[in-house]
Design a protein around this ligand. Structure first.
Ligand code: MTE
Ligand code: HPA
Ligand code: MOS
Length: 762
C-alpha cells in the first residue's frame, strides 16, 4: 500500500484555481428568494411589541416571519433547551434573531429590515461572568473534577501560590460566513444545503422547529470555507430559518450572513476568569492544584457544558498532579451564546495551569520550564478524571524538542541579548501540550460510512465527516484507496448528506478522520473481502494462494495477474455480488460517569512540546514572534502535508488568541469589535518568522486511523507559549513588576502592563 506517497491535500488544485464550490457558489433555481435576519439592538429586554407590517408592505417582500410562524417548537438548544430560534418575549443578547425577511433580492430583504419596529422594556445587562455567578445566573449547577485530597495536601507543600488568571474570547472568522439554502420538497418536507459541521444537528433541529419527522428533512453539505467549531452548533439557526422561509413561501430560499452580522449574532470562544491555588515542594514537584473556573457561557447553554468538561479535564495539561480539585461554573451573561472553538475549552484549562506554574516559578526564582519538566506525565499516571496514561509521549516529546532545539542554549542566547539591549527584550517559553482525543460525551463517538462500487469500477464514499479545509476527505479517500488497492482518480468522497449517513456526530473534537475513516476502513474491508472471493474463483486460486488488490490489479502470490480492478468489479456485478457496503464505527474502551466525573473519556492523548521565542519593543509595546519550534506527536502520519498544514494553521490561530485577538463588548452588551478594522487576527506579518514543526518519532497509536493521531486541535495550544514568552520578555524589562495573568497580551496591554505603575508614581 503506497498511500504514504500521497502527501497532498486532494482539494489543493481546486482551491487555488477557484474551482472548489462553496455554498454561495451554488447554482440556485430560478425564483430563489433571499432572506435577511432582523436582530435585537439591545442585550436584555422584554419585548413589548414587534411590528413587521411596514416591512411586509414593501414591494418584493414575500414574508416576514416571527416566532408566531413556527409550527413546531421554537427551540434550538442542543444540550439544554434554553434558546429560541426567534425570540418572542425576551431578548437575552444584542444580536439575537427576532424576525426573518424573505424577499425577491438580498438588497430588498436588507432594506426591509430597517422598517421593522421593535418596542422594548430594557433590563439590566451583565457581561461579566463573575457578576453573573454572584447573582446565581448559572447555565447549570457547578461541576467538579477531583483526585487525591487537596485540603490535606497543602500542609505538605513548601510553596503555595494563589492568584487569578483570565483568558479572552475569540472570533472564529471562518472565511465563509454562516449560510444555508433550502428548497421545499414533495410531501411537505425540505432539503437544506448548509455550511455546517453537523448536518445531523441541522436535520434534528429543523425537524423540531418545523414540526416534521427527520425523514422529511434532508441536509447536504459539500464543504465549508472553515468552521473551527463555529459551525458545530451555530450553523443550525440559519439553516432552520432558511427552511422555515422555504416552507412558508413555497420557494427556494437562500440565507447568507454578511460578515458584520455574523460577528454580531454568533457566539465565540468562551472567555474565562479563574481563581487558582497551586502547591509545590521546594524542588518543584506540584503536589496540589485547586481552581474555581468562571466560564462566560453567554445568554444560553449552547455547547458550554461540554466545553466546561474539557476545561476541567485539561486544566492539568501534560502534568501529573496527585491532588486536584477543579470546579467549573458556567455563567449566564448577556452576550451571544459562546460555543465550540478549536480546543473546545482545553486551551482555557491549559492556560490556567500554565499561569499557575508561571507564578510559582516567579515566586521560587526558577524558570517555569524547570517546573514543567519535573512534572511531566508518565505511563501509568492517572489524570484527575480517572484515566490512566498509556503510551505517554510527554517526556519523549520534551526530550526530543530539547535535543533538537537546545532549550538551555536558547535561554543563554536570550539572556545575552537582553543584557545587551535596553529597549528590545526577548523572551522564550517552553510549551508542552496534552490533549485528549474523543468527544467528551461518549455517546457521540460513533460514525458510519457507505461505499458504493459502481459497475465501471469507480468508487463512491459517503460518511458523516464534513470537509472544512482540514483534509478529512483526503484522509478518508486515502483509507479507501489503501484497503481497495485503487488510485486517487477511482475514489470520490461525496458530499455529506443525511440520507446517506444518518445520525452523525458533528465533525469536531479532532475526531472526524479517526471516526469516519475507521468506518470507511470497515466498509472497504468488507467490500475487498467479497471482491477477493470472486477473484479467487476467477483465478482458480487455492486456499494457500495469497491474493491482494494493489494498483488496481489483483496480485497472486506477489505477482500481477491480468485481473484488473475494473474487470473484477464487472465480473462481480455480472455474478450479482453486492457492491455496496455500510459500516459503523464506535470508539472502543471509552466510558465516563457524569455523576462522579470519573472514567476513561478519551481513546488516547496527543502530546508535543514547543519552544517559542519573541522580541518585544518595550517602548512601543509591539512585538514579533521570532520562532516556534515544535516536536509534535502525529502518531504515524499518513499525510504529512495535510498534518503539517493543520499544525501550522493551529499554531497561528493559537498565537492570535493569546496575543492580538480581542473580543470586546460594551457595557450595554454591544459587540465593539464587529469588523475586521476593530478585530485583528494574525496576518502574514504577524506570523512567526520561523516555524519548524518536527514529527515525533516512534509514536504508535493502535486506536488511531492507520496508526496516526488526530491533529486538528492539539497544536492550537502551542500558542499559549507565546503569551508566556511575552511575559518573560516584559519581565526582563521590568523585573520588579508583577504582570497580570490576563490574555490576550495585545501590544496595548504590553504598554499598560509595563508603564501603568510607573505612570501612577509619576
Ligand atoms: N482546519 C481548517 N482548515 N478549517 C477548519 O475549520 N477546524 C478545526 C480543525 N482544523 C478547522 C481545521 C477544528 S475546531 C476541528 S475539531 C478539526 O479540524 C475537525 O476536523 P477533524 O476532526 O477532521 O480533524
Ligand atoms: N470536542 C468538540 N466538540 C464537541 C465535543 C468535544 O469534546 N463534545 C461535543 N462536541
Ligand atoms: Mo472543533 S472546536 O471540535 O469543531
Amino acid at each position: 500500500m503506497n498511500t504514504h506517497s500521497h502527501n497532498k491535500h486532494f482539494d489543493a488544485a481546486r482551491h487555488v484555481s477557484g474551482l472548489s464550490q462553496f455554498l454561495d457558489d451554488m447554482t440556485v433555481p430560478e425564483g430563489t428568494l433571499h432572506a435577511a435576519v432582523f436582530y435585537a439592538k439591545t442585550a436584555h429586554a422584554h419585548i413589548r411589541s414587534l411590528n413587521t407590517a411596514p416591512a411586509l408592505a414593501l414591494e418584493g417582500i414575500h414574508a416576514v416571519l416571527t416566532a408566531k410562524d413556527i409550527r413546531g417548537e421554537n427551540q434550538i438548544g442542543g444540550i439544554i433547551p434554553d434558546e429560541q430560534l426567534l425570540a418572542d418575549k425576551d431578548i437575552h443578547f444584542w444580536g439575537q434573531p427576532l424576525a426573518i425577511v424573505v424577499a425577491e433580492t438580498q438588497v430588498l430583504a436588507r432594506e426591509a429590515l430597517h422598517l421593522i419596529e421593535c418596542d422594548i422594556e430594557a433590563l439590566p445587562v451583565i457581561t461579566n461572568p463573575r457578576e453573573a455567578a454572584a447573582q446565581n445566573l448559572l447555565i447549570m449547577p457547578p461541576r467538579t473534577v477531583q483526585c487525591g485530597n487537596v485540603d490535606e495536601a497543602w500542609a505538605k507543600c513548601d510553596v503555595i501560590v494563589e492568584d487569578k488568571a483570565e483568558s479572552g474570547g475569540q472570533e472564529h472568522l471562518y472565511l465563509e460566513t454562516q449560510g444555508a439554502f433550502s428548497v421545499p420538497t414533495e410531501g411537505g418536507g425540505v432539503k437544506i444545503v448548509s455550511s455546517t459541521q453537523g448536518p445531523t444537528a441541522v436535520q434534528r433541529t429543523a425537524a423540531r422547529v418545523l414540526g416534521l419527522p427527520m425523514h422529511l428533512v434532508e441536509v447536504d453539505t459539500l464543504r465549508l470555507g472553515g468552521g473551527f467549531g463555529g459551525k458545530e452548533d451555530q450553523a443550525t439557526p440559519w439553516a432552520v430559518m432558511a427552511a422555515l422561509a422555504a416552507l412558508a413561501t413555497k420557494r427556494a430560499v437562500k440565507l447568507v450572513l454578511p460578515r458584520q452580522e455574523d460577528m454580531r449574532m454568533t457566539g465565540k470562544r468562551h472567555p474565562y476568569s479563574s481563581d487558582f491555588k497551586i502547591g509545590l515542594t521546594r524542588d518543584g514537584k506540584i503536589l496540589a492544584f485547586e481552581a474555581t473556573i468562571y466560564q462566560d457561557a453567554g445568554a444560553a447553554a449552547d455547547l458550554s457544558p461540554g466545553v466546561l468538561d474539557r476545561t476541567l479535564f485539561h486544566c492539568t495539561n501534560s502534568y501529573f498532579i496527585p491532588n486536584v480539585r477543579a470546579t467549573g461554573i458556567s455563567c449566564k451573561t448577556n452576550v451571544p451564546p459562546n460555543t465550540a472553538f478549536r480546543g473546545f475549552g482545553g486551551p482555557q484549562g491549559m492556560f490556567l495551569i500554565e499561569a499557575a506554574i508561571y507564578r510559582a516559578a516567579e515566586q521560587m526564582g526558577v524558570e517555569a520550564s524547570e517546573i514543567q519538566r519535573k512534572n511531566l506525565l508518565r505511563d501509568g499516571d492517572t489524570f484527575a478524571y480517572g484515566q490512566v496514561t498509556e503510551r505517554c509521549q510527554a517526556e519523549n516529546a520534551w526530550k526530543s524538542a530539547d535535543a533538537a532545539f537546545d532549550f538551555a542554549n536558547a535561554q543563554k542566547r536570550v539572556a545575552a541579548f537582553n543584557a545587551a539591549n535596553l529597549l528590545q527584550k526577548k523572551g522564550i517559553a517552553v510549551q508542552p501540550i496534552c490533549f485528549g482525543i474523543s468527544f467528551t460525551n461518549t455517546m457521540m463517538n460513533q460514525a458510519s460510512a457507505l461505499i458504493h462500487v459502481y459497475s465501471d469500477g469507480s468508487v463512491s464514499v459517503s460518511t458523516g465527516a464534513v470537509e472544512m479545509g482540514q483534509g478529512v476527505n483526503t484522509k478518508i479517500a486515502q483509507t479507501a484507496m489503501a484497503v481497495l488497492g485503487v488510485n486517487e482518480e477511482t475514489v470520490k468522497v461525496q458530499s455529506t448528506n443525511t440520507s446517506r449517513a444518518a445520525n452523525t456526530s458533528p465533525t469536531a473534537a479532532s475526531a472526524g478522520a479517526d471516526l469516519n475513516g475507521q468506518a470507511t476502513k470497515l466498509a472497504a474491508e468488507a467490500l475487498r473481502d467479497r471482491l477477493l472471493a470472486v477473484a479467487r474463483k476467477e483465478l482458480a486460486a487455492n486456499e494457500n494462494d495469497e491474493l491482494v488488490l494493489q494498483n488496481e490489479i489483483v496480485r497472486k502470490n506477489g505477482v500481477n495477474t491480468d485481473l484488473t480492478w475494473k474487470k473484477l468489479v464487472h465480473t462481480a456485478f455480472m455474478q450479482r455480488v453486492k457492491l455496496s457496503e455500510q459500516a459503523q464505527y464506535s470508539t472502543p474502551l471509552i466510558h465516563f460517569d457524569k455523576t462522579t466525573m470519573q472514567g476513561r473519556p478519551f481513546a488516547y492523548h496527543v502530546y508535543g512540546t514547543a519552544l517559542i521565542e519573541v522580541t518585544v519593543d518595550c517602548l512601543r509595546g509591539i512585538y514579533e514572534v521570532d520562532s516556534v519550534q515544535v516536536v509534535h506527536d502525529f502518531g504515524q502520519s499518513f499525510n504529512r502535508t495535510v498534518d503539517l498544514g493543520q499544525a501550522e494553521g493551529a499554531i497561528m490561530q493559537g498565537i492570535g488568541w493569546m496575543t492580538m485577538e480581542e473580543v470586546i463588548y460594551a457595557e450595554n452588551g454591544r459587540l465593539l469589535t464587529d469588523a475586521l478594522s476593530t478585530y485583528k487576527i494574525p496576518d502574514i506579518y504577524a506570523a512567526p518568522k520561523h516555524i519548524d514543526v518536527r514529527f515525533l518519532e516512534n509514536s504508535d497509536n493502535p486506536l488511531g486511523l492507520m496508526n496516526s493521531k488526530a491533529v486538528g486541535e492539539p497544536p492550537f495550544m502551542y500558542g499559549i507559549g507565546a503569551y508566556f514568552a511575552l511575559m518573560n520578555a516584559m519581565k526582563a524589562f521590568r523585573p520588579d513588576a508583577t504582570l497580570l495573568l490576563k490574555a490576550p497580551m495585545s501590544p496595548e496591554r504590553v504598554l499598560t502592563e509595563l508603564y501603568e505603575t510607573v505612570m501612577e508614581i509619576a
